[in-house]
Design a binder for this molecule. Structure first.
Ligand SMILES: O=C(O)CCC(=O)C(=O)O
Ligand SMILES: [Fe+2]
Length: 292
């Protein structure tokens, strides 16, 4: 293999060194990276990359069509203000404003993802890989947590697995909008059903064949065919279970890190503990398959 793999923790993740993602990557190398990603539970860290935005997009395209690319499904309209002005496939996460102007346009979404979630789970075809490039990081803080929903599922009792097997969950951006976005920012059209999808509570990974929990506090509003108290109690149990430290890792960034996670089998949480220290991240998001 033309790169070095170091496991990050027993539950999740691998660090890949010896690769410059800015170089053109051939098909063989792409499949080696993909295989390593799947074997690592869906989390790879490529430390200290010096990618241009274009190179980030070129690398990301190897992992599927990208939300926002010409001719592809865009992300929800509400976040269009945070996209890169020249590259609609780049979603920007930042507490900075354009050109350093204090009252200028935001350079990205501040405090994005400060809740457990799986990216774009409210679409019929949610995200597969999200690929985040850490361009500017705070001196301390601004970590991202990930939890392994395959391991969480595996640790459930057989009785609970049997209960969950036929269940389906409603996922709706309206829930994220209500909890995470200032009201004037939300585009009303996003709340009318285009960003609502019903998915199996347990999904089977299209590439590994492994089962994972596929509900998240960010977008899952309720379970079908339960009354609301029952649904809330069961979801709460699953969320508390899945986010136990045993299923989680916490990534502390070094400048330039590229982190690639699989939304089909992980949740993540961006820790918003860095105050005004500048933080700027660029993310691409690959469109996955319809969950089954
Ligand atoms: O900024 C981060 O650490 C991650 C934010 C997030 O949820 C995302 O980019 O999908
Ligand atoms: Fe996210």
């Amino acid at each position: 293999m033309s790169f070095t793999v170091n496991q990050i923790s027993p539950v999740l993740g691998a660090k890949i060194t010896g690769l410059d993602l800015g170089q053109e990557i051939g098909d063989n190398l792409v499949s080696e990276i993909r295989q390593t990603w799947l074997e690592a539970g869906g989390l790879l860290v490529f430390p200290e990359q010096t990618l241009t935005t274009e190179q980030h997009i070129t690398f990301s395209r190897h992992f599927g069509p990208l939300f926002g690319a010409p001719g592809e499904t865009p992300l929800q309209e509400t976040v269009s203000r945070y996209l890169h002005p020249d590259h609609p496939e780049i979603y920007r996460v930042s507490n900075q404003t354009e050109d350093g102007m204090p009252d200028g346009k935001p350079r990205g979404r501040a405090g994005a993802g400060t809740y457990w979630h799986s990216d774009v789970a409210f679409k019929k075809r949610p995200a597969a890989a999200s690929i985040l490039h850490a361009v500017t990081i705070p001196a301390t803080g601004g970590d991202t947590l990930f939890c392994n929903m395959t391991a969480a599922y595996a640790a459930l009792s057989d009785t609970m697995k049997t209960i969950l097997a036929p269940l389906r969950a409603v996922n709706d951006f309206a829930q994220t909008a209500a909890n995470q976005f200032a009201r004037p920012v939300v585009v009303e059209d996003d709340l009318k059903g285009a960003n609502r999808a019903i998915h199996p509570v347990v999904r089977t990974h299209a590439e590994t064949g492994e089962k994972s929990l596929f509900v998240n506090p960010g977008t899952t509003t309720h379970l079908e065919n339960f009354n609301s108290d029952e649904s809330a109690a069961l979801l709460d149990l699953l969320f508390r279970h899945a986010t136990k430290p045993e299923f989680c890792i916490r990534h502390s960034y070094t400048q330039g890190d590229v982190v690639m996670w699989d939304n089909r089998c992980l949740m993540h949480y961006a820790v918003n503990d860095y105050g005004d220290q500048p933080r700027y991240m660029e993310r691409t998001t690959a469109i996955g398959e319809v969950p089954e």
